[in-house]
Design a protein around this ligand. Structure first.
Ligand SMILES: O=C(O)CCC(=O)C(=O)O
Length: 262
């Protein structure tokens, strides 16, 4: 049988990997919803593992890191985590795009994104679709400024995408997909009657670095960091770490400002 790493290398993604049992996934959803009650909306706010302990625990979960290690090697930095939440019947969607265009990272292969479902991510609820092998061609030209419900920060999108080979990546709660930053992907609006909740996490190999931002931060979650290219993030110390909130707000602003200047 083909290994996860071989599938990832060939297709630019792997999907449907079962990482949490349903009870564990439900507990993590409850922890997120408790945190939303205390902090307000958490959708698309960067570095959430610095304030929500459950997010940090998922980011350093052994079953998660066992997959990440197969994809980018043994020395793993946690770079970012965000919840991506589509409310039922909302118009929000994600247009076809590649992630790496705006990230400013030096080594494009020394990173991977995980999308871990905390509620059903189905075609009806607006799960992601991926174009196999689209990472192999590297960067494509994006347009910015789409205002048709596209959730992406700059309204960025690819327009000429051949969708005929797209793979719908449905996930049960506790299942995850992993994708390369050049893999072309998108997701439709949530037409189900439940929230569609994913924890989206970016991992880097320790040698990677940010090309512009010398203040960029990360957190070693496995192996060793012999490079020290990043400042250090502090993981959430409690279920909801109120003391960490001011710094978290700054980190989110910094990440969004970096994104815009790429
Ligand atoms: O959550 C979604 O629907 C899209 C997420 C996405 O584009 C990503 O994880 O890179």
């Amino acid at each position: 049988m083909t290994s996860v790493a071989d599938r990832y290398l060939a297709d630019g993604f792997v999907s449907g990997l079962s990482l949490l049992d349903p009870g564990e996934a439900a507990d993590h959803r409850a922890a997120l919803e408790l945190a939303e009650g205390e902090l307000g909306p958490l959708h698309y706010i960067d570095k959430v593992h610095t304030v929500v302990r459950s997010a940090y625990e998922l980011c350093r979960h052994d079953r998660v890191l066992d997959v990440v290690e197969q994809l980018i090697g043994p020395n793993i930095l946690l770079y970012n985590s965000t919840y991506i939440i589509k409310e039922p019947a909302a118009a929000a969607k994600v247009n076809w795009h590649q992630d790496l265009t705006y990230w400013g990272l030096a080594d494009h292969d020394a990173q991977v994104s995980m999308w871990l479902a905390l509620s059903p991510a189905t075609e009806a609820s607006g799960c992601m679709s991926m174009i196999p092998a689209s990472h192999l061609g590297g960067a494509r030209e994006h347009e910015t400024g789409s205002n048709d419900g596209n959730l992406l920060l700059l309204g960025q999108q690819l327009t000429a995408v051949d969708e005929s080979s797209a793979v719908v990546c449905s996930l049960e709660p506790g299942e995850a997909s992993f994708h390369h930053g050049w893999t072309v992907h998108a997701s439709a609006p949530n037409r189900s009657d439940d929230r569609r909740i994913g924890l989206n996490v970016q991992f880097l190999a320790a040698h990677n670095r940010h090309l512009v931002d010398e203040q960029a931060t990360s957190l070693l979650v496995r192996g060793v960091d012999n490079f020290g290219h990043f400042g250090l993030d502090r993981p959430a110390q409690q279920a909801v770490d109120h003391e960490a909130v001011p710094n978290w707000r700054k980190l989110d602003e910094q990440a969004k400002a970096n994104f815009k200047t790429q």
